[in-house]
Design a protein around this ligand. Structure first.
Ligand SMILES: C[S@@+](CC[C@H](N)C(=O)[O-])C[C@H]1O[C@@H](n2cnc3c(N)ncnc32)[C@H](O)[C@@H]1O
Length: 277
């Protein structure tokens, strides 16, 4: 699939209207893990049967509240990523994996900096909003209601300048995260980079400890949500969130050929990283 050849101007491709199919993740090619993280693959819970996007499929409203109340530090993270591009004058081709409503992109890149935007997400509700949010850019926009790894496998080699993914990668098992990095390397131009925004465990923090701390924050500090919404979010986190530590992600990135890995921002467990070849 070539995004530049098959662009539709703010039209969500037909898959959206047919529905997006059933639980993810779907078909990813197995990529052997680097030896350093084999133990993590073993420790991974055996089932990831919960649908990681139930909460986003049902409604986009709860997550919209999370964004507008800055509960996951979208504001600070977007500012830090924007800084990385403030002096960039070229026209960038951007692939946004798990794009949600794409509301952050217009805060990160100035008008004129983007030549092409291709976003994918499994939630048709989110993509409806993404179409509206991206309209002011006036550039070719492709929105796909598809799994991010399936999209990554199909895009042309060396096509994009940025692969951006925000708060979506932690839903994938570690083998699929390796595939993500490997396929990003293939999809990116030689001087392109991944901008990864995601929740990350502290080094040495187990997933159980992480869940306990994060959910305590949701219970005690996410007052902008109703009690029912807070319960839904906690349930989603317990069953669908599999964050890695920054060093594990760096190992995966290096294994895929990214040699320069640097943190752009960190707010509690919410981090932004840039990976370059
Ligand atoms: C927490 S939201 C983040 C949305 C947006 N990127 C942001 O930062 O606000 C996670 C998004 O990832 C999407 N998602 C989860 N797994 C996915 C997958 N395998 N492929 C594509 N999208 C996925 C969900 O539908 C949801 O919209």
């Amino acid at each position: 699939m070539t995004c530049s050849k098959k662009t539709v101007h703010l039209t969500i491709l037909p898959e959206v209207n047919k529905g997006c199919g059933l639980p993810v993740p779907v078909n990813f090619i197995f990529v052997p893990l680097p030896p350093q993280i084999i133990t993590l693959a073993v420790y991974r819970p055996t089932t990831m049967s919960a649908d990681p996007i139930t909460i986003f499929r049902k409604t986009w409203g709860t997550y919209q509240k999370v964004i507008s109340n800055n509960l996951m530090f979208h504001k600070e993270i977007s500012e830090a990523v924007a800084k990385r591009y403030e002096t960039h004058s070229g026209q960038l081709r951007l692939l946004d994996l798990g794009c949600g409503d794409a509301s952050h992109i217009t805060n990160i890149l100035k008008p004129g900096q983007l030549a092409e935007y291709c976003g994918c997400d499994l939630s048709p509700y989110a993509l409806d909003d993404a179409g509206i949010n991206l309209a002011p850019l006036g550039i070719p926009v492709t929105l796909l209601c598809r799994d991010m790894l399936a999209v990554l496998h199909e895009v042309d080699e060396n096509h994009f300048d940025i692969v951006y993914s925000s708060y979506a990668l932690h839903h994938l098992p570690v083998e699929a995260k390796q595939t993500f990095f490997t396929q990003c390397r293939r999809a990116l131009s030689l001087d392109g980079c991944i901008i990864l925004v995601d929740i990350m465990r502290e080094e040495e923090q187990s997933r159980t400890e992480y869940l306990c701390h994060y959910n305590k924050t949701v219970r005690t500090q996410w007052q902008a949500l109703t009690p029912d919404e807070r319960n839904q979010v906690q349930e989603h986190i317990r069953s669908c969130d599999f964050p890695e530590t920054p060093s594990t992600l760096e190992t995966l990135a290096r294994h895929a050929g990214f040699t320069r890995c640097r943190r752009l921002e960190k707010r509690t467990w919410h981090e932004a990283w840039c990976y370059e070849a």
